[in-house]
Design a protein around this ligand. Sequence first.
Ligand SMILES: *Cc1c(COP(=O)(O)O)cnc(C)c1O
Length: 359
Amino acid sequence: MQLRIPGPTPCPPQALQAMTMQMINHRGEEFSEILNSITGKLKQVFQTKGDILLLTASGTGGLEAAIVNTLSPGDKVLAVSIGVFGDRFADIAEQYGAEVNRLNFEWGKPADPEVIGKALRSDGAIKAVLVTHNETSTGVTNSLGKISTIVKEFDKLLLVDAVSSLGCINLPVDNWNCDVVITGSQKGWMVPPGLTMVSMNEKAWQAYAHAKMPRFYWDFGKARDYLQKGQTPWTPAISTCYAMDATLDLMLDEGLPNIFARHARVAQQVRDGIKSLGLALFPQEDYASNTVTAVNASDKIDVPKLIQLLRDEYDVVIAGGQRKLAGKIFRIGHLGWVNDNDAKIVLKALTEALPRVRK
Ligand SMILES: *Cc1c(COP(=O)(O)O)cnc(C)c1O
């Protein structure tokens, strides 16, 4: 089967094989070796010297953890949103009592760094900025480097949802001064769901020292203390850790520049193929994501029918649109364990299926 949704993504045999291993004591020496190995390798992919915490949760758990460990109720937060996941990050902050100023951009477009700068200039009390690096719902990658430059001119804390970009699209966490960066195992990491990984730099730990939002399971102070002993505060998803240890080796063997180039190349093939089928991309093309392609179905294509047909007759699984984009777009995930041939297979299936689902 071609699982071409933007997470969960297919896992290579090395990951699946690793997951067949027997359980071990999560307070014992073998686990501490695995945890240290994973954390060390993650630092290379995050391109950071900061701390990386491994939490047992999906990506949303990581987003929630990032917020409750750095903010207090009543803190002013600028939530930059270009789609569903930007809205979710804002919702979490609001739920925990932050005073959220929502800066929404049109879906399909990237966030404008200058507009972010203007918002920061007009309200000096803003403490933190929330931003999505790659908006999976619209297939848009923000100019995170430019956004971080502006946010740092104003010396604000920067929290980045990089769930569907890290490990696929370049994100030099330290160079771009991203204080807290969140990702999830089932996206570009070629690992089943179960783990979220969060980086914390010095500025983020300073924020932690004053953050008063309620937290127990998510407490990063506990996670940091236990990490020094080679443990996690609570029982971790051990099998997912086995898989992650294995795929991180694959990633480092391939090398970051090669991984980024492969994602860029496959994404370009998908975009070119879509256009040659007479379809239009949903996002503004110069910001189109290298991990997920959103295609405008306009009024021409019956999206639920297309998804069903691809699944039933071509063994290809793609995603529809979320919220107000339901029925209006379809999305092809090409992140993690993906190569040129996968793009070809999906495009061939689309070529055959599309004439049968035209409205
Ligand atoms: C997948 C995803 C998440 C987290 O989703 P979970 O289902 O909780 O793992 C968050 N942000 C983005 C951009 C995503 O693509």
